[in-house]
Design a protein around this ligand. Structure first.
Ligand SMILES: O=C[C@H](O)COP(=O)(O)O
Length: 251
């Protein structure tokens, strides 16, 4: 059985004081991590506060990006080794915003996934198609291609533990959620792709999130789908009450 995983992605929002206020507001209200894993992906400058909070709570912490080398002369980059030493659990890689604005390639994403495993953290690997690709009917090939490239060279054991986030670009921050059937269909295709690349057990183990205008009002419908194991949530994860409603969707 896969443990559901709901992750907030704050993107480039919240300073350390705002982070502290958010954490005060959610204290003691996260679900049992055996039922639902609660994660926040935050800007690097906020991670320290989140890691301290996580020591005493069910929260898991994600960085929103890292570099694929552990250290060196890479001004402005974030070291995966330092993130791991700090106590970060997950790193989000391949978000469409990083692919679009920072020209992150499939090859970079694959190198980052390896760096994350090398440092004993887990990647949340994002994938998703543009509206144009969907309208042309190529969305499955596109997304499966992204997944194959991201997973190249990873072992079945590693893939069993990582998280894939399917985020159709046309549903991000637009208020336009993919229907739960559309989300389920693609998450199913991704699981099938993992099965053909690895094996049935790996496909059964890998957790697949849907992201794109997830909110308290639609989280239950999405989570009821058999291949959707969680959500990667932008806008609706920023307010404590809303984040709590999402992670406590089973109550
Ligand atoms: O990583 C999160 C996604 O980009 C979704 O953002 P959103 O929930 O604001 O649509």
């Amino acid at each position: 059985m896969r443990t559901p995983i709901i992750a907030g992605n704050w993107k480039m929002n919240k300073n350390p004081q705002e982070t502290q206020a958010f954490l005060e507001a959610i204290k003691g209200q996260l679900p049992d991590p055996a039922q639902v894993e609660s994660v926040i992906a935050a800007p690097a400058i906020d991670l320290n506060a989140l890691v301290w909070f996580s020591k005493d709570s069910a929260l898991k912490v994600a960085a929103e990006n890292c570099y694929f080398e552990d250290e060196g002369a890479y001004t402005g980059e974030t070291s995966p080794k330092a993130l791991a030493e700090m106590g970060v659990d997950y790193v989000v890689i391949g978000h469409s915003e990083r692919r679009q604005y920072f020209h992150e390639t499939d090859e970079d994403i694959n190198k980052k996934a390896k760096a994350i495993f090398r440092n004993k953290m887990l990647p949340i690997i994002c994938c998703g198609e543009t509206l144009e690709t969907r309208e042309a009917g190529h969305e499955v090939d596109w997304v499966v291609g992204q997944i194959k490239a991201a997973l190249a060279g990873l072992s079945a054991e590693e893939v069993s533990k990582l998280v894939i986030a399917y985020e159709p670009i046309w549903a991000i921050g637009t208020g336009k959620t993919a229907s739960s059937d559309q989300a389920q269909e693609m998450c199913h295709e991704i699981r099938e792709a993992v099965k053909s690349l690895y094996n049935e057990q790996t496909a059964e183990n890998v957790r697949i999130q849907y992201g794109g205008s997830v909110k308290p009002a639609n989280v239950q419908e999405l989570m009821a789908k058999p291949d959707i194991d969680g959500g990667l949530v932008g806008g609706a994860s920023m307010i404590p009450e809303s984040f709590l409603a999402l992670v406590n969707y089973q109550k």
